[in-house]
Design a protein around this ligand. Structure first.
Ligand code: GDP
Ligand code: IMO
Ligand code: MG
Length: 430
């Protein structure tokens, strides 16, 4: 029963979209299991760029089924505009190619309003959220006042839930956040329109996936964000509100742990992060700026410049263990062309002591120094490489060293944004 999970090993934007699109050739079904439209996954096929926020990155392969699992939080307006755009381009021709879990929670206008207002009030201490209402929606899910698609589809259940919840949210918006109250009728009629259009896709995706696995179909599980943004294991509180690590693939789909066959980690050849929070190898100098420009490191969802720094092996080793990654897909190696020296952080130093594992304490994180080893760079462009032998010796040595310091083999190396700009070393399903 082959189910392969793809997880970001750093702070998101590692290139999961490109890798999932590429791996979809070996899969029958592609599933998102957590997060929402805080994600921005970029696919470049035949020079055409597609940015997906909610629909799984397998959608550009005709005939493959895309599933939005129960662990995802869904903004109906965003999903509908994504469906419309893809349909116009000739994808998702049949309704049966997209399935939305009847247990997935719906993002409501008050979730977005609360997210944005709280960030504004936090000022300098803000998390730097995407403002899409992700955190408040997961809060309501855990507080057991969320609205799931199954509830949304039934007008009486939906109206009752909205009435009850809106009273509480409006009181909070007005008195605590100094925002305007939201209007029941406006939300109710807006969401009625969404319901009519989304109903054909809503189904029991857990049972669907169980049956598919029983019939030996190949399921690819697409993580959003990255391990360091996991609400339990990341740089709390500067994290997202879901379990981004591989365990989330089980809770977010209903697939049992024993049915996962492999976990593949996606790693950028350096490190980036959007939003606030600790980032031990961050470079705020010209080198960081060169990484940002050469890597076009601007957010796919919010357009914000990404913070950039050298590869952090402490972070990736931690991700390998947390997720049980058996292989890594290395992306954006081409961006490192032109650097005289490339650095790898292998440990940290804090108060005169070596730190090998990622600390929980933010004051420790803010006070530590990365321990680097230096590797010679290369000047040749890499975009044309299709096998490891095509890479300059120094680039090959860098890849080998990353395998050593992360204690994990590479199963692919990406040398450009395009689907074909890839050195594929192993089929993740085999
Ligand atoms: P995701 O959120 O993990 O799917 O990653 P994003 O799409 O947010 O950001 C990754 C960016 O890098 C996108 O613009 C991709 O098109 C691009 N990209 C992916 N792989 C490569 C690569 O190997 N080289 C280069 N230069 N760009 C890449
Ligand atoms: P993909 O799937 C990078 C970050 C935000 C912020 C924190 C919390 O494209 O890799 P949220 O809106 O989730 O409450 O914001 O998490 N963040 C991401 N950073 N890539 C993402 O997704 C992200 N999704 C959320 O910038 O720091
Ligand atoms: Mg992204």
């Amino acid at each position: 029963m082959p189910a392969v999970v793809v997880v970001g090993a750093q702070w998101g934007d590692e290139g999961k979209g490109k890798v999932v699109d590429l791996f979809t050739q070996h899969a029958d079904i592609v599933v998102r299991y957590q997060g929402g439209n805080n994600a921005g996954h970029t696919l470049v096929v035949d020079g055409h760029k597609t940015v997906l926020h909610l629909i799984p990155s397998g959608v550009l392969h005709p005939g493959k089924v895309c599933v939005i699992g129960n662990g995802v939080v869904v903004d109906p307006a965003v999903l509908l505009s994504e469906i419309d755009e893809l349909r116009q381009r000739g994808f998702l021709r049949e309704d049966s190619l997209l399935k939305i879990s009847d247990r997935a929670n719906v993002i409501m206008p008050y979730h977005r309003a609360i997210d944005v207002a709280r960030e504004r009030l936090r000022g300098e201490g803000r998390i730097g959220t995407t403002g899409r209402g992700i955190g408040p929606t997961y809060e309501d899910k855990m507080a057991r006042i969320g609205i799931r698609f199954a509830d949304f589809l039934d007008d009486t259940t939906f109206s009752d839930a909205l009435q009850r919840t809106l009273k509480e949210k409006n009181a909070y918006l007005r008195s605590m956040l100094k925002e305007k109250a939201l209007d029941f009728d406006a939300i109710h009629s807006e969401y009625r329109g969404y319901r009519a259009r989304l109903a054909p896709y809503v189904t029991d995706t857990t049972t669907y996936l169980h049956n598919a696995l029983r019939q030996s179909q190949r399921v690819l599980l697409e993580g959003a964000q990255g391990t360091m943004l996991d609400v339990d294991h990341g740089t709390y509180p500067f994290v997202t509100s879901s379990n981004t690590a591989a365990g989330g693939a089980c809770t977010g789909t209903g697939i049992a742990p024993r049915d996962l066959s492999a976990v593949i980690g996606i790693v950028k050849a350096y490190t980036t992060r959007v939003g606030s929070g600790p980032f031990p190898t961050e470079l705020t100098d010209a080198v960081g700026e060169k990484l940002r420009q050469d890597g076009d490191e601007f957010g796919a969802t919010t357009g914000r410049p990404r913070r950039c720094g050298w590869f952090d092996a402490v972070v990736v080793r931690n991700a390998v263990r947390l997720n049980g990654m058996s292989g890594l897909a290395l992306t954006k190696l081409d961006v490192l062309t032109g650097f005289e020296t490339i650095r790898i952080c292998t440990a940290y130093e804090f108060a005169g002591r070596r730190v090998q594992d990622f600390p929980a304490s933010n004051s420790v994180l803010n006070g530590l120094t990365p321990v680097y080893e230096d590797w010679p760079g290369w000047h040749e462009p890499l975009q044309g490489a299709r096998s490891l032998a095509d890479l300059p010796a120094n680039a090959r040595a860098y890849v080998r060293r990353l395998e050593e310091v992360t204690e994990t083999p590479m199963i692919m190396v990406s040398v450009g944004a395009g689907r074909n700009q890839t050195i594929l070393l192993r089929n993740p399903f085999e």
